[in-house]
Design a protein around this ligand. Structure first.
Ligand code: RUB
Length: 314
């Protein structure tokens, strides 16, 4: 039986009330913890089956951010014990240690990313990434002055969240529409984005529009820095799988009335795109910064055996 918290979390993830790869992962771990705590399973086997079902329910919400299955895998793999009570305690412990690791990873990568930012630098952002902003925060904490050109990021305008957060930290922000990105590249020192998934060849999967920005940045000679904790490494890509790009509701692009007025054109709404490694200068993780082509070594070390799906039914 999937518990109410799991259902609500799954709905919130699907509706993007909870969004962004790291935040989704944390919410998924919290939801599994709450499933464990509320469980009245009468046997260890029934408890494990419930946890798998809850994980599947969460897994089915959004397909692109690998932090979601990585979080579910972490909690399910750490279930230990011969009794329901012991299993429940191990779920709580796993969720807690997952949250700790997530927070520590973001702090550590922030410090590393901040080393790339000099006093007075201007960054251009796309979408809203807590990993990317951790780098800005660490630079600010080091006493550096940082400014930002924030891309609006249509259709869901996550740039607004970024602008609000940066303004709270006292960062001067210039907000631009996505199409003005290339023009303002001349005025920035870095493109700074996050990632939903990183493939074994170093390709970066992030909010749609990232690849267009990265190509323009390469043409303008502006370095592209991707801030992504290792939770964003996609183990399935080690074995030749590709990352599924989520197609979202067409009304996010064109409201029904407008669409009708325009003569009912086809509409497509991919939420993410793939930036090839040649357009990325550095992937900053909590384990250091990597040229994208060498990220595969870290992926093998951390997720070499990671393509199992512990939520599938036994
Ligand atoms: C969010 C997005 C973010 C990454 C990284 O897309 O593409 O750049 O998830 O975020 P959406 P973080 O808004 O569709 O979820 O660094 O916070 O994990």
């Amino acid at each position: 039986m999937v518990n109410e918290d799991v259902r609500t979390t799954a709905e919130d993830i699907a509706e993007m009330e909870i969004r962004g790869a790291a935040t989704i992962a944390r919410a998924a771990a919290d939801a599994l913890e709450s499933q464990a705590e509320a469980s009245d399973a009468e046997s260890p086997a029934a408890f494990r089956a419930e946890m798998r079902e809850a994980a599947r329910h969460l897994r089915d919400t959004r397909p692109t951010a690998v932090s979601l299955p990585n979080a579910l895998r972490y909690v399910l793999r750490n279930l230990e014990g011969e009794t329901v009570r012991a299993l429940r305690a191990s779920a709580t412990e796993a969720a807690e240690s997952f949250r700790d690791q997530l927070e520590r990873a973001q702090d550590d990568l922030g410090e590393i990313g901040a080393n790339r930012l000099r006093d007075g630098d201007v960054v251009m952002t796309h979408c809203h990434s807590t990993d990317a902003l951790a780098c800005v925060k660490a630079a600010l904490d080091d006493g550096k002055h940082i400014e930002a050109v924030v891309k609006e990021t249509r259709p869901r305008k996550q740039g607004h969240i970024t602008a609000e957060q940066l303004r709270e930290w006292g960062v001067p922000v210039t907000m631009i529409v996505d199409n003005a990105g290339r023009r303002y590249l001349d005025e920035v020192d870095h493109v700074l984005v996050g990632a939903d998934s990183i493939a074994a060849d170093g390709s970066v999967i992030n909010k749609v529009g990232t690849s267009m920005l990265a190509v323009s940045a390469r043409e303008r000679g502006v370095p592209v820095m991707v801030a992504a904790q290792t939770l964003k490494l996609h183990p399935d890509t080690l074995t030749g799988h590709t990352v599924e790009i989520e197609m979202r509701d067409e009304t996010e692009v064109l409201a029904d009335d407008d669409r009708k007025r325009l003569g009912n054109p086809d509409v497509e709404n991919p939420a993410f795109d793939v930036t090839p490694p040649r357009y990325v200068d550095a992937i900053v993780t909590e384990r250091g910064q990597f040229p994208p082509e060498s990220i595969v070594t870290l992926m093998r070390e951390l997720y070499g055996d990671g393509t199992t799906e512990p939520w599938t039914e036994e």
